[in-house]
Design a protein around this ligand. Structure first.
Ligand SMILES: NC(=O)c1ccc[n+]([C@@H]2O[C@H](COP(=O)([O-])OP(=O)(O)OC[C@H]3O[C@@H](n4cnc5c(N)ncnc54)[C@H](OP(=O)(O)O)[C@@H]3O)[C@@H](O)[C@H]2O)c1
Length: 308
């Protein structure tokens, strides 16, 4: 495994396993396979609805395979319905219970959005809470408290643009360790990544393979440039996409529930791309988001403001 250093001094594995849409009855096996193949980083969230099954896989691996807690890096996230200060630590306790863990390695604010308690995906403006009512920094300060209590080794954010990051940096004590954002060759995110690097914030790319066909037919895995580079190097398109991120210092969390793909994706660690190919891939940028946040576009939340 290769690692990036976090501003806490901890090391984060550059490839992790994503678990969004890893369904019931399949995510347990995916985690057990992944551990056997050498994955040591797992990206989870309560909204994915599968943390209990993941927790069972960790529990069994601790028991049956002598896996030690400190050998894995586990990330989870605070859902938008728990931004109220009194709900933040309770949400973490619930996540830890589901995952069968005593602490997380990284806990992220999932979105810069506040929803009413119990709302998973908003259906109307009535489900939202304005950020003037619960500013992001108020929620983040509770996350700082969680880190101080040892319930998580590091805290960070997700889907934050530069303006939202600047607010957290100026109003809070702990600089986020990580910003987890959508990124792939159609959404290169150079400026935001540069800003994060300057501020000692590591970047994790979600949907690094283009989020799969469940969201869009515009498949990155079939892009001509990606396919050509893959053929030239005798590797797969997925390996090209993953190694491009790793080569520019970005962590990736590809999701799969198939053993052969888990193996294929992990092998991206061994791929080195030359600067010409790196450049060719970067030039595919068209600022295209597969996850466009329109689902949250109620009240004063617009996608532009969310990603600001
Ligand atoms: N912070 C956020 O707001 C946020 C948002 C979205 C995602 N995430 C995180 O990021 C992770 C990854 O993003 P994602 O799940 O959206 O998309 P992704 O990892 O880009 O793509 C996953 C899709 O690609 C398929 N796949 C995996 N490996 C493949 C390979 N080698 N060749 C061909 N197809 C392959 C998977 O299918 P199979 O499973 O059938 O193999 C699945 O359909 C998520 O699982 C989640 O943990 C975070």
């Amino acid at each position: 495994m290769k690692y990036v250093s976090l501003n806490t001094g901890a090391k984060m594995p550059v490839i992790g396993l994503g678990t969004f849409k890893s369904g019931a009855g399949e995510v347990y096996q995916a985690i057990r396979w992944a551990l056997k193949l050498g994955y040591n980083h797992f990206d989870c969230a309560p909204i994915y609805g599968n943390q209990e099954e993941i927790g069972q896989a960790f529990y069994d691996a601790f028991k049956e395979d002598n896996l030690k807690r400190e050998q894995i890096f586990v990330t989870s996230k605070l859902w938008n319905d728990s931004h109220n200060p009194q709900d933040v630590l309770l949400a973490l306790e619930e996540t830890l219970k589901q995952l069968n863990l005593e602490y997380l390695d990284l806990w992220l604010m999932h979105w810069p959005i506040a929803q009413k308690k119990g709302i998973s995906i908003p259906q109307s403006a009535d489900d939202m809470i304005s950020l003037s009512q619960i500013p992001l920094s108020i929620t983040y300060k509770q996350m700082e408290e969680a880190q101080k209590q040892g319930l998580t080794k590091a805290i960070g954010v997700s889907n934050f643009g530069q303006k939202n990051l600047e607010k957290i940096i100026s109003e809070c004590e702990i600089v986020p360790a990580v910003n987890q954002i959508e990124s792939h060759p159609y959404l290169v995110q150079t400026e935001l990544i540069d800003f994060c690097k300057k501020n000692m914030i590591a970047v994790t790319a979600y949907s690094p393979l283009g989020a799969g066909e469940h969201i869009s037919q515009e498949s990155l895995l079939e892009d001509n440039t990606i396919v050509e580079i893959a053929q030239k190097l005798n590797i797969t398109p997925a390996q090209v996409l993953l190694s491009w991120q790793i080569n520019r210092g970005v962590v990736v969390i590809p999701k799969s529930v198939h053993e052969t793909r888990l193996k294929e994706n992990l092998q991206a660690l061994n791929v080195a791309l030359d600067s010409e190919d790196m450049q060719k891939i970067s030039s595919l940028n068209k600022n295209h988001r597969y996850i466009d946040a329109k689902v949250f576009a109620y009240k004063d939340y617009t996608p532009d403001l969310i990603f600001a």
